[in-house]
Design a binder for this molecule. Structure first.
Ligand SMILES: *Cc1c(COP(=O)(O)O)cnc(C)c1O
Length: 360
């Protein structure tokens, strides 16, 4: 078996130990005589798996009791609609901060459910930075303020927690949740698809302050009504059972490796390794404002873009895959989520150095 170093932005690589455990339990989960995929979601085995996953989420993120943890389907793109359906009704309008393609998409989708106000944008800067808090023009009557904590395509991360007064803060954390400690109490709602840092695609984490539930638009589909899902422990419809099981294994792995403080330390070291190299290279460049550079998605460009294909092919021949940037952004992108070891990032840096030397 020959596993590649997979720099995909998502679905992304998972800890090998997790995949091995899942393989060993595939046909018979802990003496149950069944695969997790075959279990009733209401049976004792899966009830245990769900409780275990919920409890790991609560302990790793130190989620306060006045928040509800939901495990839903549809991913972050579905949440772009589900969030306004559930929250915008109180005032009919919401503020959006746009720092890249994902938050732009969120805003456009929300406009179908109420009035959206663009509170700040870095589009004029080509989405190479996070709009500074002082530039956010918040409206008084917003039901919430939405932003994206890590723009996966541009490689722009918000390294601070915005203060929005009494207006609840809503964050799309799909690509940096679990990468560092988080103060959940500063947020009204956090959502994230699992397939970057927490598991496979198919399960969406929603952490919502309890007092924000119960105001859904009448047209909200029942399966997407937070209150209804909370009342049914995320089992109003059949939950994505296997994805939840793998998520539980990944969270246990994060816990065993030292939890979020350890993840933060490693992710900082990994990203610094690449940014330090990029800043000293005359062959490669990164365009993001240094204070806003992502620790999860390191975007970079070859100065001579005619070498892009040669670069990707050479990387592939050394077992490093999925380095091509998103088609909107062009260039390259190395996604280095929790499961990517520092040794893999060193290997990439060494490869880039050698490629630079051979082509300079
Ligand atoms: C990957 C990603 C999404 C899209 O997630 P889906 O699972 O395709 O809905 C949305 N927002 C961010 C920040 C992402 O990284």
């Amino acid at each position: 078996m020959n596993r590649v170093l997979n720099f995909s932005s998502g679905p992304a690589s998972l800890p090998e130990a997790v995949l091995r455990q899942a393989a060993s339990e595939m046909l018979d989960w802990q003496g149950s005589g069944m695969s997790v995929m075959e279990m009733s979601h209401r049976g004792p085995e899966f009830t245990h798996i769900l409780a275990q996953t919920q409890s790991l989420l609560k302990s790793l993120l130190a989620i306060p009791d006045n928040y509800c943890v939901l495990l839903l389907q549809g991913g972050a793109i579905a949440e772009n609609a589900i969030v306004p359906m559930n929250l915008i009704g109180t005032t009919g309008q919401a503020d959006y901060v746009v720092s890249g393609n994902w938050s732009d998409k969120s805003m456009q989708e929300a406009a179908r459910y109420g009035r959206v106000h663009l509170a700040a944008s870095s589009e004029a800067q080509g989405f190479t930075c996070m709009p500074e808090l002082a530039s956010w023009q918040l409206s008084e009557k917003a039901a919430y303020v939405h932003f994206c904590s890590n723009e996966t395509i541009g490689g722009v991360e918000c390294h601070w927690t915005p203060s929005t007064g009494d207006v609840p803060l809503v964050a799309d954390m799909s690509s940096n949740i679990m990468s560092r400690p988080l103060d959940v109490s500063r947020y009204g709602l956090i959502y994230a698809g699992a397939q970057k840092n927490m598991g496979p695609s198919g399960v969406t984490l929603v952490i919502v302050r309890r007092d924000l539930m119960g105001h859904a638009l009448a047209s909200t589909p029942s399966a997407f009504n937070y209150q209804l899902q909370a009342d049914n422990e995320s089992m109003y419809n059949t939950p994505p059972t296997y994805a939840i099981y793998i998520m539980g294994l990944v969270l246990q792995h994060i816990h065993d490796e030292g939890g979020l403080p350890a993840m933060a330390e490693r992710n900082l070291a990994k990203s610094q390794l690449l940014y330090d190299y990029l800043d000293h290279s005359r062959f490669f460049s990164n365009r993001v404002r240094p204070a806003d550079r992502s620790r999860m998605n390191v975007t970079f460009y070859l100065r001579d873009e005619a070498l892009n294909t040669a670069f990707l092919e050479a990387a592939q021949s050394q077992g490093m895959v999925q380095l091509r940037g998103h088609r909107i952004a062009g260039g390259m992108r190395a996604s280095i989520y929790n499961a990517m070891p520092i040794s893999a990032v060193q290997k990439l840096r060494d490869f880039m150095f050698a490629f630079e030397k051979n082509h300079a």
